[in-house]
Design a protein around this ligand. Sequence first.
Ligand SMILES: Cc1cc2nc3c(=O)[nH]c(=O)nc-3n(C[C@H](O)[C@H](O)[C@H](O)COP(=O)(O)OP(=O)(O)OC[C@H]3O[C@@H](n4cnc5c(N)ncnc54)[C@H](O)[C@@H]3O)c2cc1C
Length: 435
Amino acid sequence: MGNDPGPDHADDDAFRISAAEELVGDIDLDPFLGPRHDPLAGPLDSPIEIDTSGPPLLVLRDLLCDERFPEKFSRALRSVDPDFREMFPRDPGPVLREFVRAMSWALETTEEARGDQATVEEVVDFARHLGADHRKLELTPAHHQHFGEALGSTLRHLAGRAWDDRLQTTLTTAYRVLSSALQQGAEQDQGPARVGATVVDVLRPTRDVAVVRLVSDVMIDYHPGQYLSVLTPYSPGVWRRLSPAMPSNPAGQIEFHVRDVPGGALSGSLVRGVEVGDRWVLARPLGLLEVDRTEPYRDVLMIAGGTGIAPLRCLLMDMMRFGENPRVHLFYGSRYPGELYDLPTLVDLAATSPWLTVQPVAEEADDPWWAGPAHDLPRTLHRRQLGTLVDVVTRWGTWADRQVIVSGSPDMLRATVRGMVAAGTPRENISFDRP
Ligand SMILES: Cc1cc2nc3c(=O)[nH]c(=O)nc-3n(C[C@H](O)[C@H](O)[C@H](O)COP(=O)(O)OP(=O)(O)OC[C@H]3O[C@@H](n4cnc5c(N)ncnc54)[C@H](O)[C@@H]3O)c2cc1C
């Protein structure tokens, strides 16, 4: 595995960030994610052939990376503790693959550290960060113990006769360090692990977007640009990340913009089913998007696709508190002009913020019959540009002197970051939350 960030970006320097950056910066190994299927299906089979002569941490990593690990581990978890059956109501495959990726990185990094304290501390910090996020799952010490037992029995099963005392001791030590760091992270984290919230208003500005306004039982003190893990009644047990579209406030008012992703586990049922009075659960804020206000200010380029506008609008609203701001150039794009549902709000923001310029972008010149309604926008607004966001943005230059913040679907993020780096924007100037 090495530091390979995965097949999606393996050959592409532009999008590549180190595995450590990716994992430590923003990870959410949420065991509730994923589409339905029966994880208990399929027979148990024979141990794999592994070379156990190498360093034990790397042998454990190789066992974890066996393609059969997620399914077998999921069975072991469910049989060792019935609570895990509740926590994994759907196919845990995607989540367990994330677990494998994170564990492999931790084992590899620890091995490569060869005792270097700073590197080992980075691994432990990562586990603490993860533990803080997992408070929303309300795990007990018994869950951690049972998780470790299931992990041990699965790896032993996969190794068969190759399993020896050396592997057992290494696993026991590694898991003890991991689970203590997870529990430490959970204990040290501030604020409530979960907060209830009531839907107070729902708008449906386009056929596949819902703007949902809620009031939370307790104020959640998120930073502008951060996102929250959200559990809703429309797809039980499915946590998803959503970005508030307005800053945190003492009244607990929060607005989310949700787009129906076809075939997705939650978004379609949420967009179609959400109603005033519904109760949601919101968990700890995460994410690193922010405007750097270090003086002298560096101008900002923001690029938002679809509901990716939510966290950027939140950042803009927060900036309105200040008398002085860096200049912000916002490109806001969608496929059809009528899908630029948040333009009226952005125009209002720009009207009172001389530092803000809004540039609408659409891939198609005309709306299909179902799009709209067409917004009556001021003539002072920049004329809409035609093309994909990345094409339009790079047509204007390299933006090499800007801090660049990108938000949108996984495909949009990938295309935009790659395209901008190819056009000359330094990669380190671009920030985005990992999809
Ligand atoms: C940091 C962060 C913040 C987010 N904020 C928002 C937000 O404010 N509003 C919002 O609508 N969504 C947001 N998302 C996406 C959201 O978390 C879900 O992934 C999305 O709603 C799809 O969930 P699902 O259960 O319907 O689909 P899933 O079952 O999770 O996914 C189905 C497929 O769709 C892909 N997919 C996921 N998101 C998108 C997308 N936006 N466009 C196209 N394909 C996608 C997945 O990669 C997967 O292949 C955010 C995601 C992240 C990581």
